[in-house]
Design a protein around this ligand. Structure first.
Ligand code: SF4
Length: 242
């Protein structure tokens, strides 16, 4: 009777990366030990005593939740949607719960997208058979206040490449070119054809003058390292969706 911590469940469109605009059911896992300085989902770092299911049949469910109960809540919401997105927090900090949840939800026949910071490669190896797409959110030093975990990320990408995968880095006005280039070289070292997404950091205030042009130059420079580099902002923020 495996239980786990969830932060929220909701339907939205994918706002980031190559799948942008695709409608999905998002199951956001609760808990993350990374403690990034600029965390954009700070509430999801903590495992709460309950979580909301948003939408027309909104309800609040107690944590930790049994896999069987979460499956019962999620299955009707998945009807008509092409994708299930597992996000966080860090879903791979609850690998047993995630594995069983994906096994149960595999009966719905939906594609599964896993969004992760790309650190726990052994845990990824446990669940990779049930994943279709892995979105690896590499946390740059300007975002996390920590050095890039080069070896851990390489180990992770080597497993993620068994399926479709892409890497995303969040870049703000204070992000240096060197750290972005280092992340791109890391991806190039792993080999294969992994799309590399430069995602402008969302701030309430508008970016400083010239920032979009700087990101365009940076994205162009990155194509000397990797064949598939794209500059994609967060679309759900533009649409003011969850
Ligand atoms: S990995 Fe994600 S959820 Fe965890 S602290 Fe960093 S930004 Fe927040």
């Amino acid at each position: 009777m495996l239980k786990g911590y969830i932060d929220e469940v909701f339907i939205s469109v994918q706002g980031e990366g190559p799948l942008v605009g695709t409608p999905m059911l998002f199951i956001r896992f609760g808990g993350c030990q990374a403690a990034c300085e600029r965390c954009d989902t700070p509430r999801a770092r903590t495992q709460m005593s309950q979580f909301p299911i948003h939408g027309p049949t909104a309800k609040v469910v107690a944590n930790p939740v049994k896999v069987v109960d979460l499956t019962a809540h999620a299955t009707p919401l998945l009807r008509g949607l092409p994708f299930l997105a597992i996000t966080g927090g860090e879903p791979l900090e609850q690998p047993g719960f995630l594995s069983l949840l994906l096994t149960r939800l595999s009966e719905t026949g939906k594609h599964v997208l896993l969004e992760t910071r790309g650190y726990h490669h052994r845990e990824l190896a446990e669940v990779i058979p049930r994943i279709d797409v892995v979105a690896v959110d590499v946390k740059l030093p300007s975002f996390s206040e920590r050095r890039l975990p080069v070896n851990a990320t390489k180990n992770f990408l080597t497993i993620a490449m068994q399926k479709t995968c892409y890497v995303k880095v969040v870049v703000g006005p204070d992000t240096g070119e060197r750290e972005v280039m280092e992340a791109a070289r890391l991806v190039a070292d792993v080999g294969g054809h992994i799309p590399f997404i430069v995602q402008p950091r969302y701030d309430e205030k508008p970016p400083p003058p010239g920032e979009a042009e700087r990101l365009l130059v940076l994205t162009t420079q990155l194509t000397t390292i990797l064949p598939d580099v794209r500059l994609i902002p967060q679309v759900h923020r533009v649409l003011r969706l969850r």
